[in-house]
Each structure stands twice: as C-alpha cells, then as structure tokens.
Design a protein around this ligand. Structure first.
Ligand code: ZN
Ligand code: ZN
Ligand code: FE
Length: 766
C-alpha cells in the first residue's frame, strides 16, 4: 500500500494488556501493521505491549480490531486502550519496527505458561525435507516450553535453561527475523545446536541406539519408562497391557487411583473416552490438559488403568518427544507423574535416576534442564464450560486480574492440593499445583516455589494470608517465616472458597453473595469441622447463614478413609437401626460395630462435622457403592456416575430446613426405605443428588430472597459435575446469577486466590 499524504494520516498510541509477552505478540503486530501499510513501532513495557502507529483513521480502526481478533494462539488480549494524538508523526520513518523493551530497573515482565507443540511445528517435525525433521525440541513463538524453563525475568533466552545452548547461525537468523515464525522464540533449537535426547537404563547408564526407537521398543515389550516432559518426568507404560499397568501400580504403590492416558490423536482419544465438542476443544488447546471424561465402554485401554472408575483422564501429546514416540509406533500410554507417593514430581536428572530408577526399566531424558517443576493439569467440562480440577502445566502462572488493587499479599493456601498466590496491584499470580503438604519434600518444593515467585515478580508481600486451621503446614511455615507474625492473617476456609469465585468473576470486594461451600473438611470459626456451609459473604466479612447438621466423625481420619463408618454414624444420628440388610452395615464386622457404637454413644474420639463430602461418602456406602477409599473423593465420584445413570427414574427426597440447619435425616430415611423396597441404586443416587440441589436452591432463596444477589458455588464437592449442573440449573430458575469456578479449582487448590483477595482488599492495619 502506498503512502498517503501526511494530512490524511493520524497517529495513535495503543496499550495492549493481557498475555501479550513471550507469545509472539510483537511480531504479530509487526506483520499486521506492515500488511495495513502503517508505520511506527511496537515494544514491551513491564507487563504490557505499547504500539505507536500512524496511518489513515479507517485502517487504524481495522488495526485495533484485528489486534484482538487475530491475536496469536497463546496470546490473550484483555484490553486495547487507544489514545489518538492530533499531531501527525514527525519522524521520517517509512516502516514499522520492533523496538527494545521499555522496562525500568526493578520492573518485571509477564511469565507465559507452557504450550503444547503447535500444528505447524508438528508438520515440520514429520517433513523429511525440513531441517528440523524428527527434532525432539522443535518449537516456535506459538508453542513450546515457557514457565518451566525460566530461571529469571525478563523472559529472554539468557534467563532460561536454553542459555547453555548457543544458537547456530541458521537458528539465529530465524530468531532475529521479525517475519519469521521463530522471531524471538526463546527456546528455538535445531539438530545442530539444540538439546539432545538420551535413553538410560534404571541405573542411569546410557543405552546405545536411537533413544526414541529403543524407548518405544521397551514400552511395547511391557516395560516402564520414565519420560522427561515439560514440567517433570512421567512414568509411562503401555496402557493396553493389563500386566504392565498392574506392574506400574505395584512399583508405584498406588492401588486404585486412576492413571491418565496419553493418546496419539483425537481419533484415538475418542476411542478411549466419550468427548463432546467442549472436551475436544480443551484437549486440543495449547494448555493440553488431562481431560476427565466418561470412558468408552469398550476400549483398548486395560481395566487397571482406572479400576472401577467410569471416568478416564485423557490427554494429547504435549511435546515433540511424545509425538515422536507415537510416530515410532507407541500405542496409548499410561502417563502418570514421576514421583514417590505423596512427593512432588521429579524434575531433575539426578533425582530421575535415584528416585525413579528403582521404579522403571528405562529413562528417556535430555539435557535441557527443567527450571520449574510443573505437574499436568486436570480439567472437566460441565455445561460446556471448563471446570479446573488441578491447575498446573499450561495454565500456571497466568494471573487473575482482581477487581480492585490492594497491597501485596502472599496467600499460602491450604493443606491438600496446595497452591499459593502472590498479589501485586490488581494481579494475582497463582502458583502451579504444589501437592499435599504432608511431607518434607513437598513443603520444601512449596518454599522454593514461593521464593521463585517473589523473585520473578519482584514482590515483597506486606501481608501473609493463611487458613485458620492451626495444624496446616502452610500456616505453620508462614508463621515461622514471619516471626513477628505482624502480617499474618488467618482466613476461614469456606469464606476463602467463596472469595475465590468472587475474585475469578471480578466481583467488587463489597458485593455480597450467597456462598455455597461444600467440601470434605475445613476449619470452622467455632473450632469444629465445617464443610456444608451457606455463607452470606463479601470480601470484607462473612456470616454463616446455614449449615448441614453436624454428625460425629468417629475416629477422625478413619471416618474419611472408611465411608462405611460415616454411613453408620449418619444412621445412628438419624435414629435408624443398623440393619444388616443395609450394605454399609453388612460390610462392617460385628466387633467393629460394637466399638463404633461405644465411640458414638460415649462421644469418644468423635469430632463433629457439617461436611457435605462426608454425607456423600455415607450415602455411597449405604448404597453399597464403596466402603473404603484409597484416594480422595473416590466414593463420591462413583456415586456421581451411578446417579448420572439414574436421573431419568430418580427417587425423590427432601432435606429438612429450620431456617439455619439443613437436616439430612428425612433424606436418609427415604434412602433406607427405598433400598429396603428394592429401588435401583442408580435411582436412589440420582434422587440424593437432586435433593441436595433442591436444598441448595431452597436455602439460598431463604437466606437471600433478592434473586439479583449472586449465588456462588465452591468447595471440593463441586468437582461433581452432576451436582454442579443440578445446582446451577435450580438456582438459575429464579433468574439469579450463579457463579462458579472456571480458572481455579473448586477444591482446596483454589483457596489461595480467595485468601489473597480477602487480605489484599482489607485495609492495612486491620
Ligand atoms: Zn510451534
Ligand atoms: Zn540451530
Ligand atoms: Fe475445602
């Protein structure tokens, strides 16, 4: 396009916010501006992209629109602010250029999340005429490692674990050419200059031959192979081999907890799981998470992959190495985090040999270090929308923009599925999933991650938010670090759950919501265990407006491990007899029943709990679904799937409600009667879910009659897709806005965001 007279050109300064750095945004702007015949420049500031541009007004409008509409795949444009200056550009520049970052000292830039390898790179990977044919580290500005290779900010090659690989001249040419797909792609590499794969035996000795071919051979022979991924090592085996999967379970000491399966393609994914459009979309997204979906009844995947579990976790290949393995003939692979029980994912090569060596036959690794350990993310889809279950690779550390700016806060999260959150201004940086804070290794990983975040984002928190539970390791750590404890504020668990939804949805701190927080356990303001809570809350304060009637948890943790104990406790509390025709009773030995009765009647080792999670456990056991669990929420998940099958013929039950306490007694009586009468367990399970959703709708209506007041659903129970769906539908009938999680998990992995929001918006000194 030719140059127009200066009088017909105007000048604009644009500021683009969102995820716009490290994702190929500047070259995109460059190409777009060049195409439209605009002159000017584009560069990075600390967290944004600025554009000075000049051209005809209509083309500038076009430009601003296309900035949003055609942004690169990894970018997320949150805002484009246009500032038109009346004066035309004075410079004689006739081109558009990319300029150096305008970053003041001490300022830091955005950290992009990792992305699975893009289609353009996969095409090149498979093209024998391409110079990166078969290169396991192929990447471009639209894909590849980011967060997990960063050692410092700003995000530039010297600040990544790629710094030790000097670019060859061909790579450098691409890297410095604004028109190239690899312009400023920090992890750029090729067979000449890039990292190298290696295959090791379990003792760490190199195995000769082609690492990919040898690894595939080992997998096909039923062996277990540790494979270095983006954020750590996976343990992999042939998912179609019953024997291999059982062997992996034995070696990992993991009896039942489902394994995820990596498949070669969408076609293979559909042969393993029933996938709707939304699920398919998430699977193929750059984050490339594990998607939990209903398993196909008949599939090639061996039964022990997810024993007795109607759901299966599937994911697509996320790195070129994975694609090479499948292209070389690997079938669907079990891909589980390479860790020892309860410990963080192994990400260092030495640890891979010392810790994983004893578990595996081969280790497929390479010499590009992982700087930041990061597990796979896990998501579900409910009502066509994303429901995060574990937020890690591909999502972390994308910040949530808080509705209001506050002072810098470190929120240390909870005990299980820990994440933490660091805020500055309106940005809330949420860590990747850290894990259960039950062993020293995880606490150390937590501590290192906190220090890394504080360094990356140059944030010195003036307050620390902790859960109110006195025994949580995260809280103890925070109190120890801040010995004066002047800046430590404890936040009630379920209030934090509710506030996390508020933060996600940008609700102002003084917007009152009616929060429904249902989970397994959380420390209550009265020192008892809460978990079936209806709160009237904003980010400044909350009031407990309703709760599930508390019952004794006989034996504390034992009651969690054995849903049958919860079933018997509920029967006892409801005044129902322990009739041996009830599966939960039949399952419990006579002497154990005697002991349990004594515990309950004399109130020995019985804490009271209003936990909704425990009620789901109890009903699962009453129906004979599960009496003992080996992983969290096992019974509830199985109950949910049963219920999904029984919705059409569901039974009808109704909770009691006295204006404050939600009483499950009538529901339990109905369940036991229906069991006795021979109703199907699917129909009863469905009726129970409907009863909970009905109770939620009634109670919310009662405590917040104004239907314009938003209802908020959070807590681990809302990982249950059926329950979430039913509650949203019931609550929405009156036109009430119903908000839930789409960015952080409803489980305790989302607590930190809520804690941070509450404390960051609290006036300092309170
Ligand atoms: Zn790519
Ligand atoms: Zn190269
Ligand atoms: Fe919780």
């Amino acid at each position: 396009m030719g140059r127009l007279p200066v009088s017909l050109r105007v000048r604009e300064h644009l500021v683009v916010t969102g995820i716009v750095q490290g994702v190929g945004f500047r070259p995109f702007v460059y190409r777009l501006a060049s195409e439209l015949g605009l002159t000017g420049e584009v560069g990075n500031t600390a967290t944004e992209v600025f554009i000075d541009v000049d051209g005809p007004p209509d083309r500038l409008d076009d430009f601003a629109r296309r900035l949003r509409d055609e942004a690169p795949p990894l970018a997320r444009v949150d805002g484009v602010v246009r500032d038109r200056s009346p004066a035309p550009r004075r410079t004689g520049s006739t081109a558009f250029r990319i300029v150096d970052s305008r970053v003041g000292s001490g300022e830091r830039t955005i950290v992009p999340p990792d992305s699975s390898v893009c289609d353009a790179c996969i095409d090149e990977l498979r093209d024998p005429t391409n110079r990166r044919f078969g290169h396991p580290f192929i990447t471009c500005t639209d894909c590849g490692p980011r967060f997990t290779i960063i050692t410092a900010l700003p995000y530039d090659r010297p600040n990544t674990t790629m710094h030790e690989f000097e670019m060859c001249s061909a790579c450098r040419e691409e890297y410095t050419d604004p028109a190239d797909r690899r312009y400023h792609a920090q992890p750029i590499a090729c067979p000449v200059c890039g990292p190298r794969l290696a295959l090791l035996d379990s003792a760490g000795n190199a195995v000769t031959g082609d690492p990919i071919a040898q690894a595939v051979e080992a997998l096909r022979a039923g062996q277990i192979v540790a494979i270095k991924g983006l954020g750590g090592f996976h343990l992999a085996c042939d998912a179609t081999s019953h024997w291999s999967v059982v062997e992996l379970r034995n070696r990992k000491h993991r009896p039942d907890k489902p394994f995820a399966v990596m498949v070669a393609s969408m076609a293979q994914a559909r042969s393993v799981a029933c996938l709707g459009d939304a699920e398919a979309g998430e699977l193929q997204s750059p984050a490339s998470p594990i998607v939990l979906a209903r398993a196909q009844r008949r599939s090639a995947v061996a039964e022990p992959v997810a024993p007795g579990n109607p759901l299966i976790g599937v994911m697509l290949p996320s790195t070129p190495v994975h694609h090479l393995l499948f292209d070389a003939g690997a079938g669907p692979l079990v891909m589980t985090s390479g860790n020892l029980a309860g410990e963080p994912i192994v990400h260092g090569d030495e640890d891979a040999v010392t810790k994983l060596g004893p578990l595996v036959d081969r280790i497929l690794t390479h010499d590009r270090p992982i700087a930041v350990p990061c597990d796979d993310s896990v998501v579900r889809v409910v009502g066509g929308r994303l429901l995060p279950i574990r937020r890690a690779r591909g999502y972390a550390p994308v910040p949530v923009t808080l509705p209001a700016a506050g002072h810098p806060v470190l929120a240390v999260g909870g005990e299980l599925k820990n994440t933490f959150c660091l805020t500055t201004g309106r940005q809330a940086w949420i860590s990747q999933h850290i894990g259960d804070m039950e062993n020293l290794e995880t606490i150390r990983a937590f501590e290192q991650s906190v220090e890394r975040f504080e360094r990356f984002f140059a944030i010195r928190p003036t307050s620390v938010a902790v859960d109110a539970h006195p025994g949580y390791a995260s809280g103890r750590w925070a109190r120890q670090r801040d010995s004066r404890q002047s800046g430590v504020t404890s936040v009630q668990h379920h209030w934090a759950h509710v506030a996390a939804v508020m933060a996600e949805h940008g609700l102002e701190p003084d917007t009152e919501v009616v929060g429904v927080a249902f989970d397994g356990t959380g420390y209550g303001s009265d020192g008892t265990v809460w978990g079936g809570e209806i709160l009237l809350a904003d980010a400044r304060s909350f009031r407990r407006a309703g709760w599930l009637r508390p019952v004794p948890l006989p034996g504390g943790d034992g009651a969690v491990r054995y849903p049958s104990r919860m079933a018997l406790s509920y029967l006892w509390a409801t005044g129902l007899t322990w009739d041996p025709s009830i599966p939960a009773v039949a399952e419990t030995a006579a002497d154990e029943q005697r002991l349990l009765r004594i515990q309950l009647e004399r109130n020995v080792e019985c804490v009271l709990s209003s936990s909704m999670g425990r009620l789901f456990d109890a009903v699962a056991s009453l129906l004979g679904v599960r009496h003992e669990i080996t992983y969290e929420a096992q019974a509830a998940i199985e109950l949910e799937i049963l219920a999904t099958a029984g919705v059409a013929e569901h039974r009808t039950y109704r909770f009691g409600w006295d204006g404050q306490v939600l009483d499950p007694a009538p529901v339990l009586r109905g369940v036991v009667e229906d069991l006795d009468a021979g109703a199907s367990v699917e129909a009863i399970a469905a009726g129970f879910h409907l009863a909970v959703a009905g109770a939620v709708a009634r109670v919310v209506e009662a405590v917040a009659p104004d239907s314009s007041q938003p209802a908020v659903l959070s807590g681990g129970c809302f990982q249950n897709a059926l329950l979430l769906d039913l509650c949203q539908e019931r609550l929405g009938r009156t036109g009430r806005p119903v908000l839930t999680h789409h960015i952080v998990p409803p489980n305790d992995g989302g607590l930190a965001l809520g804690q941070a929001y509450i404390v960051a918006t609290q006036p300092i000194g309170t």
